[in-house]
Design a protein around this ligand. Structure first.
Ligand SMILES: Cc1cc2nc3c(=O)[nH]c(=O)nc-3n(C[C@H](O)[C@H](O)[C@H](O)COP(=O)(O)OP(=O)(O)OC[C@H]3O[C@@H](n4cnc5c(N)ncnc54)[C@H](O)[C@@H]3O)c2cc1C
Length: 268
């Protein structure tokens, strides 16, 4: 039997879908929501409670032509069309509505990479490739306290934590956002939120360390953000008294390097 303090992992068969933007929503000056739909979006797409960090891979249209070139799924896995370089990036499943068959992804808007640029320019009816998820993790519901940390790339998952964590647990959330990026978060009855200005992003790791003294058996820590910022936090936790199965710290992007960050799965 699975303990309510354990993380469990589940596989999901590979999928390749071309979806279209049904609608968009401005979340803040630096984040935009995309609600996607399409016949290839299966009703059984995995969205159980506390799978807060489930992510798909998006394929954005070729920037030179505007055409969406999609990989094919063969016996050896995914293959790009001949001579085509695909931009494939990770995005968190913010919401899935199986009745309406709508998948929601929230994008950080930035000019530095193809996915960020796509999110700035895309509009209703535009196509986006969506692969996966390859699996999903169900986080434990039995902790008294959850300490959460994220920059804007981790905010969609953090918001899911606020919606899906047990109501009786206490949540301390630390969020890095640029000026103007603060916004109302989902409500939780026992929540404290500390916003950290983007220019002081390094404070995130410090705040999380201060919030999680070693040996605190009833606290689960989840954090995601820029790799250079969250990496030292992961190292610290690995060598601390903090129970090694009670945290997950993931690099979601790395400054100066293309491709989603050095995502680390939970220790268990
Ligand atoms: C599991 C997982 C879940 C994720 N979920 C989300 C999500 O829900 N929403 C989301 O917005 N992102 C999310 N990310 C992060 C996203 O995959 C990366 O930010 C990705 O690099 C964006 O691709 P790009 O094509 O815009 O830039 P890339 O081509 O990958 O990078 C080009 C340049 O842009 C820089 N860059 C990349 N991301 C950012 C950024 N956010 N801000 C400023 N500069 C950046 C890089 O350092 C690089 O110099 C997630 C990543 C992982 C691993």
């Amino acid at each position: 039997m699975t303990s309510t303090l354990e993380v469990t992992r589940h596989a999901y068969p590979p999928k390749v879908r071309t979806l279209t933007v049904a609608r968009t929503e401005t979340l803040s000056p630096t984040m935009r929501r995309f609600v996607l739909t399409g016949d290839e979006l299966e009703p059984e797409f995995p969205f159980p409670r506390l799978t807060t960090a489930t992510h798909v891979k998006v394929v954005v249209p070729q920037e030179t032509t505007g055409v969406l070139e999609m990989p094919t799924l063969g016996p050896l896995g995914l293959a790009a069309p001949d001579g085509v370089e695909l931009a494939i990036r990770d995005y968190t499943v913010r919401r899935f509505d199986s009745d309406a068959r709508l998948l929601t992804l929230d994008f950080v808007l930035h000019e530095h990479g193809p996915a960020g640029r796509w999110a700035i320019g895309a509009s209703d009816g535009d196509e986006l490739g969506v692969l996966g998820p390859r699996g999903y993790t169900i986080y434990p519901a039995g902790f008294d306290r959850y300490v959460l940390g994220a920059d804007e790339t981790g905010l969609p998952a953090l918001e899911r934590w606020l919606e899906e964590a047990p109501a009786e647990a206490h949540i301390d959330a630390f969020v890095v956002a640029p000026e103007g990026g603060q916004r109302a978060l989902p409500e939780h009855p026992n929540l404290t939120v500390q916003w950290i200005d983007g220019s002081g992003a390094g404070e995130l790791a410090r705040a999380l360390v201060d919030a999680t003294p070693g040996g605190d058996v009833r606290t689960y820590l989840w954090a995601a953000g820029e790799s250079g910022i969250v990496g030292p936090l992961r190292q610290h936790l690995r060598t601390s008294e903090f129970t090694q199965t009670h945290f997950e710290v993931s690099g979601y992007w790395r400054a100066g390097r293309a491709g989603s960050g050095d995502h680390h799965e939970a220790r268990s």
